[in-house]
Write a protein that binds this ligand. Structure first.
Ligand code: GLP
Length: 249
């Protein structure tokens, strides 16, 4: 009988501790291989992780000079200088403060004129880099990972997607109004994410408790994209007590 891989679940003592646990996992990966390929995420959740990585770089404990990064997603229509673009976020939170080589950082280009060609090239670049060693993920209230909204297939690849009203509403806190939130995005697919050797999903706060429970203990169903991670051999969920509060087991 084949044994299905069980995820590792880390329940940290609080949000800050969850960021420290996640930073430790990235640190460990870079210690094993300073030329690692990291998959990176945006959103509020990983901000504390990036702060710690910057601190550790400044303390001389981390070196990003040989690291390659691939971000999960980007809004279509927002360029690198737009304050809400994910390229801008990454520069502000991490890249501008460490010694990563700009050419080795990849974020989908929200202004690409030929999106279908761009997404194919993005997948090729991941392959050429040797695949992703550690992919960091957050989770949306509706279970979206990157911008793979409910209904996304487990085999989906990097592509253009429409955002749901739920996500537009949730992300409007970063914009002046919901009308300003782009309606489309480029996202790595779930199939792309599942090819990563290690996946670390971080979630904090009560608002994520239900979706975390469904993702770990419910059926693997495209209705909840994060549940499609179940069975990945290198999956870790890093939670705080609030986001873990609905877990039954
Ligand atoms: C966005 C991003 C996701 C992220 C999600 C949750 O929609 N595309 O990658 O996981 O928001 O964000 P937060 O961490 O702010 O809750």
């Amino acid at each position: 009988m084949n044994k299905v891989a069980q995820p590792t679940i880390v329940v940290a003592s609080n949000k800050e501790d969850a960021a420290r646990c996640t930073a430790d996992l990235i640190h460990e990966t870079l210690r094993e291989n300073p030329a690692s390929v990291l998959g990176l995420a945006t959103g509020g959740t990983p901000i504390g992780v990036y702060r710690l990585l910057v601190e550790r770089f400044l303390a001389g404990e981390l070196d990003f000079s040989a690291v390659t990064t691939f971000n999960l997603d980007e809004y279509i229509g927002l360029g690198p200088e737009h304050g809400q673009s994910y390229r801008y976020f990454m520069q502000q939170q991490l890249f501008d403060h460490v010694n990563v080589v700009r050419e080795q950082t990849h974020v989908p280009n929200g202004l690409a004129s030929d999106i279908s060609r761009h997404v194919t090239e993005y997948e090729e670049q991941i392959q050429q880099a040797g695949g992703i060693d550690l992919q960091l993920l957050g989770i949306g209230n509706n279970g979206h990972i990157a911008f793979n909204e409910p209904g996304s297939a487990a085999a989906s690849r990097t592509r253009k997607v429409d955002l749901t009203e739920n996500t537009i509403e949730a992300n409007s806190r970063f914009f002046e109004s919901a009308e300003d939130v782009p309606r489309h995005a480029i996202t790595m697919g779930i199939g792309t994410i599942l090819e990563s050797r290690r996946i670390v999903l971080m979630a904090t706060g009560k608002a994520k408790a239900q979706v975390v429970q469904a993702s770990l203990e419910g059926p693997a169903d495209p209705v909840n994209p994060a549940s499609l991670l179940q069975g990945h051999a290198g999956l870790t969920f890093v939670l705080d007590p609030e986001s873990a509060s609905e877990l039954q087991l």
